[in-house]
Design a protein around this ligand. Structure first.
Ligand code: ZN
Length: 289
């Protein structure tokens, strides 16, 4: 089944909700980056949440999220657009630990429990929104919940889960974001908190094979939920030889000359998709300004 995301409202439009099934998207990220299980879970949760944050945007807007903890993973970076294209990478993909005492992949140990998450929304015409909040648990979902509450003042519940097969491929991945609309009464917020408390964890819902529709129905009940849109999502990278050429130009003429003399060319690898681009001596010569 192809990955997809749904946009919905609940409780008479006072709550907006997103849910996504991202198994293939996360498997593609895993395959390209060769992430081990714990790294796959951390990267997969971040990509899953970022895909939903992208779906909140319009037109050509895009979003970049970065989770920078003090754990061995290094940085986790993901970006997404409003059309369901998402990608991401992690600095150290071969991080893997034993399961934690709850029997789950130990994402917090890999991410670290200190650091920050930052969000940059590119809203076109040089209009940027940036927000940054501290990591609260390193489990990713809670960190984004905290981000929404403090940086955007939007009481939210964020959940994302990734299940990994023994051979390291992705068994299932998905998540949800539910948000109380601005101006909603305290009562709506409390009600939502109760609803969230009452449902099983996102990883168990995913393990049971629940669809995005079923996840939100479980949260709000069929009568309270209105689904407005269903859109496909996929891992897609925006890189091209031209974009990497721009990065090489940015290194400056001396650096380019060194590549020509010492390496007789250059190979540049895209962080996001691991695609390699080769530049010959002549091509490098042309990049000098
Ligand atoms: Zn790429």
């Amino acid at each position: 089944m192809k990955d997809y995301l749904i946009k919905a409202t609940a409780n008479n439009g006072k709550i907006r909700a997103y849910a996504v099934q991202s198994t293939n998207t996360i498997e593609e990220a895993r395959r390209r980056q060769d992430t081990f299980a714990t790294a796959s879970a951390a990267l997969g949760r971040t990509i899953t949440i970022t895909a939903m944050m992208g779906a909140m945007l319009k037109g050509d807007d895009s979003i970049t999220t970065k989770v920078m903890g003090n754990g061995p993973l290094g940085a986790i970076v993901a970006d997404a657009d409003a059309d369901g294209h998402v990608r991401g990478y992690v600095t150290n993909p071969h991080v893997d630990f034993d399961l934690n005492d709850k029997g789950k992949l130990d994402v917090a140990r890999a991410v670290g429990t200190e650091g920050n998450i930052s969000v940059i929304k590119d809203l076109g015409l040089k209009d940027f929104f940036t927000g940054e909040t501290p990591i609260v648990s390193g489990e990713i979902s809670e960190d984004f919940t905290y981000y929404y509450a403090t940086s955007e003042q939007l009481p939210s519940a964020v959940g994302a889960g990734v299940l990994v097969n023994p051979d390291h491929t992705i068994l299932a991945a998905g998540g949800f974001i539910v948000q109380v609309m601005p101006g909603a009464e305290e009562e709506v917020i409390n009600e939502l908190e109760d609803q969230i408390q009452a449902i099983p964890s996102i990883s168990s819902l995913i393990r049971e094979g629940k669809s995005p529709e079923e996840i939100l129905t479980q949260l709000f009940g069929e009568e309270c939920l209105t689904i407005h849109e269903k859109m496909p999502i996929e891992f897609r990278c925006k890189c091209s030889k031209d974009r990497l050429a721009q990065a090489i130009i940015g290194l400056g003429n001396d650096e380019i000359q060194a590549m020509i003399e010492e390496d007789q060319g250059a190979e540049a690898t895209c962080h996001f998709c691991n695609e390699k681009y080769h530049f010959t001596e002549e091509e490098l010569e042309d990049l000098k300004q």
